[in-house]
Structure formats: C-alpha cells, structure tokens
Design a protein around this ligand. Structure first.
Ligand SMILES: Cc1cc2nc3c(=O)[nH]c(=O)nc-3n(C[C@H](O)[C@H](O)[C@H](O)COP(=O)(O)OP(=O)(O)OC[C@H]3O[C@@H](n4cnc5c(N)ncnc54)[C@H](O)[C@@H]3O)c2cc1C
Ligand SMILES: Cc1cc2nc3c(=O)[nH]c(=O)nc-3n(C[C@H](O)[C@H](O)[C@H](O)COP(=O)(O)O)c2cc1C
Length: 1250
C-alpha cells in the first residue's frame, strides 16, 4: 500500500479567483514519488517533456522492472480496483492479491484480468493531469490486444480501433492495448505519434505538409514508403510503423475506408473553403506508454475527440505547423505590418469559427473550448468531492485562445502524478536497438504493406516485399485466424438456469456470437454483478423459478443487482442533494448511511415476486412499502430523468404484461434506459455513480411458463434493473413460453440480437453466416466426425451393464458422486435407502411415498427443517441398453479387443483441436470423464424428456436421405412449432420413443454425449427433523404420472418418480442439500404460525412438527400453530393422519384443518375454502397477532391461497384490495410470508395441491 495513503490528511486549498470558491485537495497525498520534475527551487511546469533531453530526468520514468516496485504498484492498483467495486479488504480482494503476488514472485510479472485492465486504462485517463477532456474517463472503451504476436495482428486491431472510434463521426473514446513490457525483452511499439497524422516532406522550398512530422515522414520514406498520390501532398496520411518486440518494423498504409476527414469551410468566408484545408476526425495518440499496477504498455493507442483550438489554433495556425494565419489575414485584408493591429487574433478567431462549423456540418463530435472549460471546472469540483482532488496541469489545461475568458484561467490547480498513468516515452526510432533498422542503404528489411485487407503488395519504387516478409505474413495470417477472436468486441452471455434449458440456449447463442465476437459464457453463480460496469455487451438468458424467483444459480446475482440498484438510487439522491435541488430531509441520511433493514434474500423476493400486481407502472407507493425513504428518493430523482412514457417498462419491477402471443414470443416494453433530461451542467461522474452500467449494452431473454402467474418474472427483473442502472437496451425484452414454442421465440431473439449487435458494433459478417434472405443461419450445434474417445491410459476398463453403481460397495460409486458434484457444483453424497413406504391406500389411484434415507455416512451433509434435498435420479438400465442398440460408435478406434465400445471408460475429445469447428464445441468437456457412453447415458444425461427441436434437427442430419418419408416428418417436427407441439401432446416421446419411431436412424454416440441435456436434480422438501431422526433424512414424494400409457401399456412416470418406484432398501440415492433460508421457522416462536400445504405440500411441515414436537417437550408455553392440509378422501389419501394427531397431542401443532375434495356426498372443499371459513382466526393470526404464513405446493394452489388471504384481509380489516396487497408485501418484507413452490404438478387436481 502506498504509505502516503496512510498519512494524515493535509489539504491544499485551490482558489477560483472568479467566484472566490475554494477547492481543498487531499488526493495529492497519494501522488506517486516519481511525479513532476519540479523542485523546491524551480518549477518545470512549462517543460513539455521533462526527460533526459530537457535535463530534468536522467532516465526515462519508471523503466525499472525491479520486483519490489512491481509488487508495491501491483498491490496498490489491486486495492484501487477493489475499492472501486466497494469491496476493498473483502475475501475476493484478498484472494486476488495473493494470486497476483504469487505470480510476481514466481514469474517476475503478472497478468491483469480484463476487468482490471479496463479499470486501469480508465483510471489512467482520469489521472491524466494535462487532459481537459477526461471527465468522460469512465466511458472509455477498452480493447484488449495483449495476446497479439505479429504486426499484422496489431494492424488489424488498429483498423478495428479506428473504425469503432470514428463511428461515423459520433466519436467514441477508445483505447487498444498491446502486449506489456517484459523484463529484458524489447518492447512492442507503434512508431507514429498519432494513428492519423499528415506527412511533412522536407523539400528545397520548405516543408510540404505538417512540419511536426518531418523526421518521422523521412523515416517512412527511407523505409520505402511512398505517398498515396505518389507526390508530396499537404495532407498525406502517414503509414503505420509497427514493431513487434525488437523485430524489424513493418509499414502499413492506413486503409482509406477507415479514415474520416473534415474539409474546413467557413459559414461566411468562402475563400477559406478555397484553401483546401482539412483535418482528421479522430485524434488518436499512439506513442505514449500506459502504466497499470506496475505493468507497462508501451504500445497502445487511445483517442477522445477534438477540442476546437487544438486544430484551429495549434495545428493549423502555429508558426511551426501549417501556419495559415498570414494567408487568412491577407484574404481578410488585415494590416499585418504590426502585431498591434491584432491581425493574428482576428484571423485565428475566423479559423476557430471555421473549424467548429466544419466539424458540425460533417457531423463529427467536437467541443468548443469554452464548453470544455466549463465541463472541466465542473469535473474538478466533482472529483474533489468524490476523490478529494484532481491532478491538473494549468499550463496544458487552459486553452490557447481566449484564455482569460474561460473559467479555468481563474482556477488554481495542483499538478501531481497518480498511478495508473500515461507516460511519455522515447521515440521508437531513437531507441538504441532500432539504430540497426535506420541505417540507410543497409538493405533495410522493412515491409511495406498496403493493408492486410487488400492483401500484401510490392512497390516498384519502394522496397520490395521480401520472401521472408511474405512468409511472415502468411504465418501471421494463421495467427490471426486463431487469435483475432480475442480482439473482437466482448460479449458476455450470462445464463440462469435450473433445469438446464437456459444453459443450453445460452450455449447456442454463444456458438453463434463466437463467429464474430469475443464471447464469454458464464453462469450467474460464477459472475460478480459488480463487474457489469466493465462489460461491453451483456446478453442474459434466464428462466424463472419458485413464484417469480430466480433459478437457484441466480439468487446471489439477483441480490447483487438489487444492491447495485440501491447504491445507484442513493448516489442519485446524493448527487441531487449536492446540486442543491434538494433542501434536506431527515429521511435521507437513513438511506445511504444504512441499508434497508430487511434480511438479505428476502428483499429480492419482495421486488420481483410479490409486488408485481400492486405496481404496474409507478414505483413510489411500492418503494414506500419496502422502505419509507426510498419512495422519497425516487420522487426526487424522477424529475431529473426522462423515462419512456410506456409505464410498463420504466423502473417497474413487475412482470411483463403479456401481449397476444406470437409464436411464443412476448413483446414487452421499449427501451426504458434512463436519460438525463439535459441537466444544467453535464456531470459525467454524477451519471456514472448513478448509472454504473452506462457503458454497457444489453438484451435479456426470459424462459418461463405462462402457466405461472409471474411469467418470466426474474428475467423481467433483470431487464428492468439493467435499464435502471443505465445500460443501453439493444432491443425490447423477449420471452419464450414453455407452453408456446419457446425454442422458436428464442431463435427469433437470437437472430435479431445478433443482427443488432453486428450492426451496432460495425462487425463485418462473413457471407457464409447469412441466409439468402438476410437471416442469420441457425446452424446446428453438432456435426459428425469431430470427436474421438481416448481410452483411459493404464488399461481398458469396462463398465458393463450388469454392474449396479448405486450399491454401497460399488467401485464406481465414488466416481459417480464425484462426477455429479463437479457437474452440478454441489456436494453430492450417497445416502442409503432405508425404506420406501407407500403412504396411500392401494385404491387411491396414485402413489405418494415416504422415503427414509440414512445420511450418517454422508460428509458435510446437514439440513434444517424447511431446507431442500436435491435428488439425482438415474435412467433405467434397460432403456439405456435399448437406446444403445440404436446407436453407432463414431468416436474412433478404441482397441481391437474392446468387446463393447459403449462400456469402455474413455475421455471424450474434440477431434481437431483448435480448428474453427472445435471452437464451437464449448460444451464438449461438460461431462466429467473418463466415463463410458453407458455410464453417461445412465447417470448424467436426460433421456426421458421429449427431445428438443434442435436435437431433432441434428437427428435429421444423420438420417439417411433415402428414407424420404421419415426425413420429411422429422424435419417437419424439428422446424414447425405446431407440428412439434402436436407430436409431443400425442405421444409424450422420450429419446427411445423417438429412435423407435424413426427407426432408420443410427444415432452417433457423439451426438448424444454432446447434445443431450444434462440430467438435472429433482428438488424435494426435507420431510424430517434431525431432532427426531438424527441419522436420517425423509422425503415425501409424489409419483408423477403424465400422458397416456406408454407403448408397453404402462403409465408414464416422471423420471425421478420412476426412480423412486424402483428404489429398494440398501440402494444408494445420490443427493445434496440446499439451504432454503426463506422457508425456515423463526428462531424464537412468539407469534402464531399458519402452515398451508395440501398434498405433498405437507412435506416440509412434517419437518416442522417433528422439530417443534421435540422442542415442545421442554417448552412450557403452548404454540399457536395451525396446519391446513388437503387431500381427496379421509379413507384413502389422508396420509400422515396418525402423525398429525400425535403432533397435536405433543404440542407441535395446535390444530389441523383438513379439506377433502372428493368425500362421498359432500362438495369439493380445498384449503382456500377452509381459510375463508376461518377468516376471523386467519386475520387474528396474521394481522392482529403479526404471525407467520407458510405455503407449500403447486404454484396454482399457492396463487389461490394468496387470493383467499387477500380477500380475508379486505373483509376482516375493512381495507381496499391495494391495501391488502400492500399488507402481504409488508409481511414478506418482515419475513412473515413464506412460499415454497413446487412447480406445476401433472397429477390431476394439482391446481389445488392434491
Ligand atoms: C423447491 C421444490 C420442492 C419440492 N418438494 C417436493 C416434495 O417435497 N415432494 C414432492 O413430491 N415434490 C416436490 N417437488 C416437486 C418435485 O421436484 C417434482 O414433482 C419432481 O421434480 C417431478 O420429477 P419427476 O422426475 O418425477 O418428473 P419429470 O420427469 O421431471 O417430469 C415432470 C413433467 O415433465 C413433463 N414430461 C416429462 N417427460 C416428458 C416427455 N417425454 N414428454 C412430454 N412431457 C414430459 C410432464 O409434464 C411431467 O409431469 C418440489 C419442487 C421444488 C421446486
Ligand atoms: C418449480 C418451478 C417453478 C417455476 N416458476 C415459474 C415462474 O414463476 N414463472 C415462470 O415464468 N416460469 C416458471 N417456471 C417454468 C420455468 O421457468 C421453465 O420451465 C423454464 O423453461 C426452465 O428453464 P431452465 O431449464 O433454464 O431452468 C417454473 C418451473 C418450475 C419447475
């Protein structure tokens, strides 16, 4: 850590002599010791380059590579980075620093992560004391070129940089970084001072062009470059001279199509147009060195946009530059004989007017110096508030024209150096190592290339392209093929998936985007939402679970999003308070000084589950119910933002209103990006604090089922909150309904978003990627002959069909448990089945089972009442064998002696490593190996659900075209959604059914291994208490029956249901536990509790009453706990009746209410009806006594119960519907309303949970 940081705060006061205000700078205490070159006896403030030549420095700054400096600067930088994430001293910070330190100690250097690199580059700009335009530091686009190895690759990246930055004149601040310095190795360098600059030819009649570039132009000419027009023009663009780590420099002409220039004209003075002056659009510095965390990047190119005076005063009017003032003055008829006629000022002012006019006319971003000064003054004040200061070099900051007329002239500034930083460095041609290449007539080997886009060319007058050079270009081409992916625009594809479908969709999306973007595919559980601010494009694919909740892997992510939202609200409110639009309120401090009080996790549920109905468009009453301060904040913030008029978008946390379904896709709100309504002064830091994702574009696709009331609720939440955090919505929110052609909706979104991204980021799409009608081709994921199976090294191990892996003594059990653990990131253990008990009478017409598991040998395996157990069922061996009978082996030669290749333990590998095809196979490692095909099909892959349309398309690939009829039918259901839906509804086909139906298919095993969905765990509520059964875990499981009987006449059972029915005592059940914080009993029970759980919804309550029964033996006060249970008839399916009676006797429950839906001679009664009958007691327990409600079971039952409760609150409390809803929200906020939703049960009567 920089010791200066710990020193006592010493402020330096900086006065503005215009208005008398004073800024106090304390940030200078963090200045680097290798700062400015001023001393106690002199000020070197006006020295342009305080280097060896100026006598101010004996060595160039920071050239040392000593480990101690590197460690110190790296540590300081990593701390800055985590401070920026508000996670300083967190575990993540600590771990990262350890990693960096180890890398430095072992290798003498380290690698920055991409997000650190982006932060470092932005901060270097923020710290650049001489730059007036850095208030937009946080919007810098960073391209990472650290991987490049050849000059051609650098050339390509620089082309991309210019193309991106130019953006048709709507300039984007951009930086591209190339490999950092490595100790004892020559650096990568770009010799040009700017990417676009004009040649200056020394002739007998003086210099033609830009005199500033005379030396460099001569070097280029010596290297064999000839100007584009083959003569000396005034505005010839210089070629790029690119040098790779000490190799000979290579010259590239800058492709014309990426250069944007502006002809200078004047709104009134036509002679100025006749002077044929012009200038380029993008000022892009390319000869400075960037320092981040002790690492040095000597080759980098960065640009902002122009301020008028840089061109109008300096470039065109300086005497040692284009020096056009005398000409203009003469044309204006000014008296140039004496300086006192002010002819220079007058002419220069016209030049400024001309430049501003020309850039405006050409639609190229430019800022005038007065505006720039105002913004910078604002930036100074703001930085002083946020950071304690802002280093600024007055000499450079104050513009060269009208100095005292700008606000900055009167502002005192403090110049000091902070790290990360941009540094001057020696001209590349002055480096000792390069002398070799500069000697004339030495057969200098530099290559002149006309731009790789056009292919290499030789020059008649210039040096010929050498054979060596040509070979290098070819090799470089291969490099480019492999490496160019990394320098493409970054796309983060984030998925949240419970049962694997979103993950599969996200993989497809990644496959498509990989063709032209640099893609990262990441699960929400592995991503830190705080890093979103560094992303360029984020595409989210997520499902919704529970009742509008995130899938389990998205829980932490959604909490982080919520925290970001809170921080941004607070930042907005603070900024408004600072800008005096707020006069003060006692509510405010409580908002940003402490978080809303509710328990973590719970808050999220409030936001995207329960509020939706209450708040279609307006946030404030909704926020009011959550935290009184928030709605006040929002009211104050809102006037400063313009939300689109569509109230369904905005900042609403509600689920989308579904418009009539079009192929399963749901159109939702348009862009709800908050736009600041022209604040008096543009204050970028204010925006960025408030809108941390301002630099990020995004789109969200939600997977869900319209059978659930909160359709795609979680994805809608993500979509809304990204917009609220300032991210730019690339297209409106799209959803795919599992009940209405989800896959097609996804494909449509995928195509559209791909087209939008390629357009938006200027990506050239190869022709092969386009369908004739301009649609992006939906290629299938799989293609034949791309994989091989490599047998495990020592010997061929066969795992024949007969072995029962799920038996305690099995050799392969630990492999299975380990495999499942790594596949699902869970601690999967083998629990021993003690008993499978039928809970219903034989004539009940269905089955509910009590499964008792012995968990005493499971490691780190514990649970509390209310938690879940994840069960990993396996597929029937018989079905797997039948499938294998219809498969062919396509994984290469294993061994001639292999009896049955399907049983050989092998490692699946892509056949052609590194080929473009294999890059598309990001999933090939998804199965934990080594394994046999049979093993994979039995335990890791889902063969029970109906094959998806894309899988069918892949199957169609392997069906011999001569089976025309089959192929047509297969293609029809694979591509036509109605035909597909009909096929599923008619036959409920599994993989085996499909292979039997299309019996001519010989299915390659690689297709199955790579394309079948993973076999996902099934969730069950723990149905026992460890207080009652210390060594056991119980499950109360419904046996799910769906569809018609199968081909053999047996009922179709759900996969896990089938697994349960085949389970015997002594078998092993692979399972893991999952904490369900939201469904736990209060630690101390002081208020009434209502448990509502019809059917198997009773499962978790069994763990409650067992727990409470065990406790109540020792407690004195009777507990006011009632249970509402529902079943069909008391004589057939009132399971647990005995236990319930016992629980009442033991004091675990006060009373049990039972609803029978099919009792002979009586009408249908459901738990909702009982609640209504007991309305007064319900009201007393929930409202008067402030008690808890727990509801568990099918989602439709949960919704029915919620509605019944709302009616009771209205009726008994005499309140409106909205107030009743608010009360439910309040209960949730107070952690008194708990739901555990099973999903949609296919069994009959399930909508009522029985
Ligand atoms: C948090 C939580 C807790 C739960 N707790 C319990 C509990 O304690 N007790 C309990 O009984 N349940 C509980 N459930 C529900 C339980 O997880 C599901 O009922 C169980 O996953 C069903 O699994 P299955 O493998 O038998 O059915 P699956 O094989 O998953 O089938 C489910 C449905 O998919 C469809 N389907 C499957 N294959 C096909 C096909 N080939 N063609 C067409 N459609 C098909 C059918 O509609 C079928 O009903 C809980 C669920 C959750 C989320
Ligand atoms: C227990 C459960 C709860 C669900 N809750 C919702 C819900 O509230 N809203 C919704 O739109 N879909 C809901 N769904 C449907 C899933 O989102 C849908 O099946 C999705 O396609 C699953 O995608 P995944 O495999 O990526 O997780 C639920 C499904 C289950 C099994």
């Amino acid at each position: 850590m920089n010791p200066a940081r710990e020193s006592a705060s010493h402020a330096i006061h900086l006065k503005n002599h215009l208005d008398g205000t004073v800024l106090s700078d304390t940030l200078h205490q963090q200045a680097s010791s290798s700062g400015t070159e001023c001393s106690i006896s002199y000020c070197s403030g006006s020295v342009v380059r305080p280097d060896k030549a100026s006598g101010l420095r004996s060595t160039p700054p920071s050239t040392s590579h000593d480990e101690e400096t590197l460690l110190r600067e790296a540590e300081d930088f990593i701390a800055q980075y985590y401070t920026s994430l508000k996670r300083k001293d967190s575990f993540a910070h600590f771990t990262r620093w350890e990693e960096v330190r180890n890398q430095i100690v072992s290798s003498g250097t380290y690698q920055l992560k991409e997000t650190e690199l982006a932060f470092g580059a932005k901060t270097a700009w923020r710290n650049a004391a001489r730059c007036i335009g850095r208030m937009f530091w946080n919007q810098l686009q960073v391209f990472d070129g650290r991987f490049v190895r050849t000059s051609q690759e650098i050339f390509q990246m620089l082309c991309d940089h210019l193309r991106f930055a130019t953006n048709n004149g709507n300039i984007r601040s951009t930086i591209t970084l190339f490999p950092p310095s490595v100790p004892n190795t020559p650096d990568f360098r770009i010799w040009n001072s700017q990417l676009i600059s004009y040649a200056g030819y020394g002739t007998q009649n003086g210099i033609i062009g830009d005199p500033q570039n005379k030396s460099f132009t001569q070097i280029c000419l010596d290297f064999g470059w000839i100007s584009p027009s083959n003569q000396h023009g005034k505005f010839d663009i210089l070629p790029w001279v690119i040098q790779v780590a000490g190799q000979e420099p290579v010259l590239f002409d800058v492709p014309k199509d990426i250069i944007m220039e502006v002809n200078i004209t004047h709104p009134e003075l036509s002679f100025l147009s006749d002077m044929h002056l012009k200038w380029y659009a993008v000022p892009c510095i390319s000869n400075m060195k960037l320092q981040i965390g002790g690492l040095k990047f000597p080759a980098c190119a960065f640009n902002g946009w122009y301020m008028d005076t840089e061109i109008a005063c300096r470039d065109l009017c300086d005497e040692n530059r284009y020096n056009v003032l005398p000409t203009i003055a003469a044309k204006l008829g000014l008296d140039c004989s004496r300086s006192s006629t002010m002819w220079k000022e007058k002419a220069q002012t016209e030049m400024i007017v001309a430049v501003i006019h020309s850039y405006q006319k050409a639609g190229v971003v430019m800022i005038d110096h007065h505006k720039a000064c105002e913004l910078f003054e604002d930036h100074l004040r703001n930085e002083t508030k946020i950071r304690g200061g802002c280093p600024a070099d007055w000499v450079w900051i104050v513009p060269p024209s009208a100095t005292n007329l700008t606000v900055l002239f009167h502002q005192e500034m403090l110049n000091y150096k902070l790290l990360p930083s941009f540094e001057y460095q020696e001209n590349a041609w002055d480096l000792e190592n390069n002398a070799l290449f500069l000697g004339k007539g030495t057969g200098f080997p530099a290559i002149v290339v006309h731009g790789v886009l056009d292919g290499p060319s030789t020059r008649e007058n210039g040096k010929k392209l050498t054979f060596k050079g040509l070979v290098r270009i070819i090799i470089a081409g291969l490099y480019i093929m492999r490496k160019c992916i990394k320098r493409r625009t970054r796309v983060l594809i984030l998925y949240g998936s419970q049962s694997g479908r979103s993950r599969r969709f996200a993989s497809k999306l990644a496959q498509l985007f990989r063709q032209v973007f640099n893609v990262r595919l990441v699960g929400m559980d592995e991503y830190d939402a705080n890093e979103l601010r560094f992303e360029t494009i984020v595409l989210v694919v997520s499902s919704t679970f529970g009742n509008g909740d995130p899938p389990a892997m998205g829980e932490e992510f959604s909490q982080q999003l919520f925290d970001l939202k809170m921080a941004s609200l607070a930042a907005g409110a603070k900024a408004l308070r600072r800008s005096n639009s707020f006069t003060g309120s006692s509510l405010f401090p409580s908002l940003w000084e402490k978080e809303p009080t509710s328990e973590k996790g719970l808050r999220m549920r409030v936001f995207y589950s329960n509020i939706s109905d209450a708040l279609p468009g307006d946030l404030s009453p909704f926020l009011q119910t959550i935290h009184p301060a928030l709605s006040t904040v929002f009211d104050i913030i809102r006037p400063s933002m313009v939300y689109t008029s569509d109230t369904s978008s905005g900042s609403s946390f509600s689920t989308p209103e579904r418009s009539p379904q079009v192929n399963g896709a749901t159109e939702w709100s348009p862009n709800s990006r908050p736009v600041r309504s022209a604040p008096a002064k543009l204050n970028p830091n204010y925006i960025n604090e408030e809108f941390p994702m301002i630099n990020t574009c995004f789109s969200v696709f939600g997977l869900g089922s319209s059978a659930y009331p909160k359709f795609c609720g979680f994805a809608a939440f993500v979509n809304n909150i990204f917009g609220d955090l300032g991210a730019e919505r690339l297209m409106s929110f799209k959803t795919g309904d599992e009940l209405s052609d989800q896959e097609k909706a996804f494909q449509q979104w995928q195509q559209e978003i791909f087209e939008i991204c390629t357009r938006r980021f200027d990506v050239q799409i190869r022709k092969a990627l386009q369908l004739p009608h301009g649609h992006v081709q939906m290629s299938t994921l799989w293609s034949p002959s791309k994989f091989r199976g490599t047998p495990v090294k020592r010997k061929l191990v066969e795992l024949p069909d007969s072995i029962n892996v799920l038996s305690p003594g099995s050799r392969n059990l630990s492999q299975l448990l380990g495999g499942l653990s790594s596949l699902h990131h869970k601690n999967v253990q083998g629990a021993l089945c003690l008993e499978v008990r039928q809970l219903l009478q034989p004539d009940a017409g269905r089955q509910i089972l009590l499964i008792r598991l012995d968990i005493s040998r499971c490691e780190n395996f514990s649970y509390e009442p209310g938690d879940h157990v994840l069960v990993f069922p396996s597929n029937s061996k018989d079905i797997v064998s039948q499938i294998l009978d219809r498969c062919i082996w396509d994984l290469g030669e294993l061994s001639p002696s292999a009896a049955n290749p399907f049983d050989i333990m092998m490692q699946l590998e892509p056949a052609i490593e590194g080929s473009p095809a294999s890059t598309e196979w990001m999933d090939h490692n998804r199965l934990p190996g080594p394994l046999s095909v049979r093993f994979a099909l039995t335990y890791f892959l889902d063969i029970a659900q109906a094959p998806s349309q894309s899988f069918l398309l892949e199957l169609a690939q392997v069906l011999d075209p001569k089976h025309i009829h089959d192929r047509e039918k297969l293609l029809l259901i694979a591509t036509d959604s109605t035909a597909y839906a009909g096929w599923i509804a008619e036959s409920y086909p599994t993989l085996l059914d499909t292979l039997q139906q299309f019996s001519n298919i010989k299915c390659p095993v690689s297709l199955l291994l790579t394309q079948l969905p993973l076999l996902e765990a099934r969730y069950y509520s723990v149905s026992s208490s460890r207080k009652a059964f210390p060594r056991e875990l119980h499950i109360t499981a419904d046996v799910i029956v769906f569809g018609r009987n199968d081909a053999s006449g047996f009922p179709r059972l759900g996969l896990c249901s089938k697994f349960w029915t085949a389970l015997k005592p002594g078998d092993i059940v692979p399972c893991a536990t999952r904490v369900a914080n939201h469904f736990r009993l209060p630690t101390v029970i002081t208020t009434p509790i209502m448990l509502i759980g019809p059917g198997t919804g009773i499962a978790p309550f069994r763990s409650f009453w067992q727990e409470l029964g065990a406790e109540s033996v020792t407690s004195k006060a009777p507990l006011d706990i009632v249970l509402y249970f529902g079943c069909r008839r008391p004589d057939v399916d009132d399971f647990y009746a005995g236990e319930l009676e016992n629980a009442v006797v033991c004091g675990g429950l006060r009373k049990v209410y039972k609803a029978y839906s099919r009792e002979a001679g009586k009408g249908r009664v459901y738990v909702q009806d009982l609640l209504r009958q007991n309305a007064q007691d319900v009201y007393r327990q929930c409202v008067t006594m402030g008690g808890h409600i727990y509801i568990c079971g099918d989602v439709r039952m949960v919704t029915g119960v919620q509605n019944a409760l709302l009616k009771i609150f209205q009726q008994e409390g005499g309140i409106s519907e909205a107030e009743a809803k608010e009360y439910l929200v309040k209960m949730t906020e107070e952690n008194r309303f708990h739901e555990d939703v099973f999903g949609l049960n296919s069994n009959e009567d399930s909508s009522n949970g029985i």
